[in-house]
Ligand binder design. Sequence first.
Ligand code: PLP
Length: 375
Amino acid sequence: MIPYSTQFIEEDDIAAVVDVLKSSHLTQGAKVEEFEAAIAEYVGARFCVAFNSATSALLGAYAVAEIGENDEIITTPISFVATSNMAIALGAKPVFCDVKTDGNIDESLIESLITPRTRALVPVDFAGKPVAIEAIKAIAKKHNLLVIEDSSHALGSGIGTQRIGSFADMTIFSFHAIKPITTGEGGAVVTNDEAFAQKLKLFRSHGIIKKQLWNSDMVSLGHNFRLTEFAAALGLSQLHKLDRFLATRNEIARYYDERFAGHKLFATIAIDADEQSARHLYPLLLSPALHCSKEDVFTELQTRGLGVQVHYKPIYQNSFYKERFGEQRLANTEHFYKSSLSIPCHQKMSMEDARIVADTVLEVMEHYSHRECSF
Ligand SMILES: *Cc1c(COP(=O)(O)O)cnc(C)c1O
């Protein structure tokens, strides 16, 4: 099975972890700081605060933005549930904005959703493709809102010469196993705001500041969301390879773009000329003629060894959301969900793997195109 994404761990990654395991210090310390400094430098932000997941990083970002009871955030339903879950965990309400054909939040619809309770705009760089961050920032500025960007797919993505992580008030990255680089589990918030960075550190570790000798003081409510030293060592080792990983993903994506160009049964998502994408996912968008065969196409591709996946079931369609916030249907989101199917694209694949994936996709799609849709 060629999975849609997977980690790529090499001998030097393992050696970096083993080194730390043999040392005297396993919990958050110098390696974490080194990893944070390297991430901040890579993305072009002043501060990076590492967490043990992007989920806890999102919770931290919302908490230090003082998002809470009766507040609203405007976000996208085409994301992993953690993006909105963590706002709900603080008592806030996620307001879902419809998406564009590339799966990113439709910035032209955001303003109509702003209420006196809105506190932050939370876009997600879906699949690694940058959102229209300048337009989103302009809306935020006009209405005095924060921009908290969930860039869990997008470490290494950028616009022009600027990398994602340098645009928003706070940007979240994930280092989950299958994200652009991994620490096993892990995440981070990057920001240019020193006060946010300080508060994030307190939130991550019990709200405790060290004083003199044995004396410490707990000044705010915090958690234990720290990353281990060996995870940070893995992250550092992986970060050195990120540009190579991105080059591989982009080479595969370009190959798919060529093989699939102008296909009548499905489309692909183009990356603008001035943008770079981490290509965390390579989604195909099935034409309506294939929508009713999507389950069969999915099963057939899986049977033939392609670990395809669908990103994402719209968040508002989950039972918890329906029960708490009622039924919702956003037209483009529904259409996107019916169309999208992520095929394998990751740094562990060879170009020969990519050729097999493309051949298989073309064959299977062709096979199901002869089926009649019953609706
Ligand atoms: C993976 C992911 C998360 C959660 O990341 P974890 O590190 O697994 O907590 C959040 N948002 C998006 C968009 C993701 O893809």
